[in-house]
Design a protein around this ligand. Structure first.
Ligand code: GCU
Length: 597
């Protein structure tokens, strides 16, 4: 009897002290042993966050994360997830409930799931592709983790919180904007809130492959470099890399840090490029776990003002894109969304896209890679960031690190961008140069850039001056001649960019309401936008060292800053496609210009 009581107490104590741990990002989650938690989740809108802060009511009931139920007739519980409405996850709340279209605050989500003990002490990782903006996670009423940042994955080991049979996960999502956040409280896109990307359970062995990088060696382009790390600092673990089509098999053994690396020559390698987006099947094995991936090999470098892909100059025929469904919905959340948006870019004649202003859905990067479309990937260090706040910097650096760790094996990712249109100051330079150094230390096989701003323009002379020029590999800048200034003066403009580096015009454009026609000098007509493109593209042809452009923007997108009734209606109308996927006249001007490149 006594032993039984002790055992029961031990179990209860362990359960009470059971904790979860946030774990570093796992590469290539889709290749792992996953169970999807996508689908219908119950949700409760909690404007005053009483579900998190309310101690006044019945203390045993407070906290929506407890999912409390009345035990006795007199018990007062003022919430019940099981009676609450449901929402499709992944998906933003703004476009699934019209009462939430403008909502900024907290919504609670709950999902039940079945789980059973795994063999040989396997671990269960809970993975979120992204939650915008702040996520607090509980499993079976116990704290599982916390994350800020609306566009990068995060995961936590929840094994010790799980029970055999039915379990539940509750997430408190808060998308309130704050000056110290990344982005800050002002940005020109819709603040879509919610669990916007996949939710998965990942079953892993106690020791698993956490991340890896397989690419051409930066210094020896006929040599492949492979780096891999385990989740534990465990030596002596054998990892096998095989690339069957190249008849390559390499056996590695991990060191005291749980890492291993190898370099080897590769014969008759077909290099990845937009014209030949060759991907090789790759298998990475540790014990009885094999991760399958598809990897492209290519080199990227600059030489003076030239941008070289596989040693040859390339012109980036690009377009900027926001992460928004092609059909007027909210955040993208499927392979189909990615394929549709990328097919529009392909129809425009693009070999390159700027995924603005934050890391997009992983599907977008992987589908672009298969289609031979190069990518500029960016963190939302946008406009007036709180440069002097160390927590803000840590947040930006974590988003940068997670962006790179997620996509470092995608051959099509060309550029990591650390910022967009940031006002000059010594504090801003310190913040951004540190981010640039971090990006280069994490990945020296890609280029670093940021979208700068033209600093002086008079008498038709435009001069670009930015202290960040020494920290980037490519000088990129946004300019809105013909829209925000100097309407119809693009033909007279001269450009001075005093840096011996390649140049990208990362934004230009103007607004038009699809179907509105009139004189080319009349704003908001398609003819105005068409003429702006004609004049701007002729001006771009005069910029020395221009290696590409990503006009702003492929599709009209929602923004709370665009309120002109009958014209904008909460859409930024600079798209070449309308919000319903209809092509405006300027589309054909850019398509024709690209066909000559
Ligand atoms: C800026 C900014 C974009 C914005 C655009 C515009 O350059 O980078 O995010 O949408 O201008 O004003 O339309």
């Amino acid at each position: 009897m006594k032993k039984g009581i002790i055992a029961l107490l031990t179990i209860c104590l362990a359960a009470a002290n059971a904790t979860a741990a946030q774990v570093p990002q796992l590469a290539n989650v889709q290749a792992r042993n996953i169970t999807s938690l996508n689908g219908e989740w119950n949700y409760i809108i909690d404007v005053q966050e009483e579900g998190y802060y309310d101690y006044r009511m019945n203390p045993t009931a407070w906290g929506f994360f407890r999912n409390a139920k009345p035990q006795r007739p007199e018990d007062l519980i003022e919430y019940d997830f099981d009676k609450a409405a449901v929402m499709n996850i992944p998906g933003d709340w703004n476009t699934q409930n019209e009462q939430l279209f403008f909502y900024e605050g907290t919504v609670w989500f709950k999902r039940t799931f079945e789980w059973h003990h795994k063999a040989d002490d396997h671990r269960t990782i809970l993975y979120f592709g992204a939650v915008n903006y702040e996520a607090r996670v509980w499993v079976n009423g116990r704290n599982a983790g916390y994350h800020v940042g609306g566009f990068t994955p995060f995961n936590m080991d929840i094994t010790d919180l799980l029970t055999d049979g039915d379990n539940f996960v509750i997430v408190k999502v808060d998308n309130k904007r704050k000056a110290e956040n990344v982005p800050t409280q002002i940005f020109d896109w819709w603040n879509y809130g919610g669990i916007t990307r996949d939710v998965l359970l990942i079953d892993v062995a106690p020791v698993y492959i956490e991340n890896y990088k397989l690419c051409l060696d930066k210094s020896a382009p006929d040599q492949i470099s492979f780096n891999v790390n385990l989740n534990e600092k465990l030596a002596g673990q054998q990892i096998t890399l095989s690339i069957p089509e190249l008849k390559i098999t390499k056996k590695l053994v991990t060191d005291d840090n749980g890492t291993a690396q190898v370099q080897f020559k590769a014969r008759k390698l077909q290099l990845w490029s937009p014209d030949n987006p060759k991907l090789y099947d790759v298998e990475i094995t540790l014990a009885d776990e094999t991760l399958n991936d598809r990897i492209g090999f290519r080199t990227i470098e600059t030489k003076g003002k030239q941008l070289l892909l596989n040693g040859k100059p390339i012109f980036l025929k690009g377009i900027s894109i926001h992460d928004e469904k092609p059909n007027g919905g909210g955040r993208t959340n499927s392979v189909d969304d990615a394929r549709t948006l990328l097919s529009w870019a392909r129809e425009l004649g693009c070999n390159y896209v700027r995924l603005a202003h934050y890391p997009h859905n992983e599907y977008m990067v992987r589908e672009a890679e298969k289609m031979g479309i190069l990518v500029w990937s960016e963190i939302p260090v946008y406009w007036t960031i709180t440069w002097t706040n160390p927590d803000t910097y840590a947040n930006a650096e974590r988003q940068l690190t997670d962006m790179i760790r997620r996509d470092q094996n995608r051959a099509n990712v060309l550029i990591w961008s650390v910022a967009n249109e940031t006002p000059h100051s010594p504090e801003r330079d310190k913040f951004l140069s540190s981010l640039a150094k971090t990006a280069r230390s994490l990945d020296d096989t890609r280029l670093i850039s940021m979208a700068m701003e033209v600093t002086s323009a008079s008498n038709y002379k435009n001069r670009l001056q930015d202290n960040m020029n020494e920290y980037v590999d490519v000088i990129s800048f946004n300019q809105y001649i013909g829209w925000y200034r100097d309407v119809n003066d693009a033909p007279k403009m001269e450009w001075e960019i005093p840096y011996d580096k390649p140049v990208i015009v990362s934004e230009f454009g103007g607004g038009a309401r699809y179907g509105l026609h009139g004189d080319k000098n009349e704003r908001w007509t398609e003819e105005f936008q068409e003429n702006l493109y004609i004049e701007n593209l002729a001006m771009l042809d005069k910029i020395e060292g221009l290696v590409g452009t990503t006009p702003w923007i492929m599709k009209d997108f929602r923004s709370p800053r665009r309120v002109l009734d009958g014209i904008q209606d909460y859409y930024n109308r600079k798209g070449l496609y309308s919000d319903k996927g209809e092509k405006k006249k300027a589309f054909y001007i850019l398509q024709s210009w690209y066909s000559t490149k």
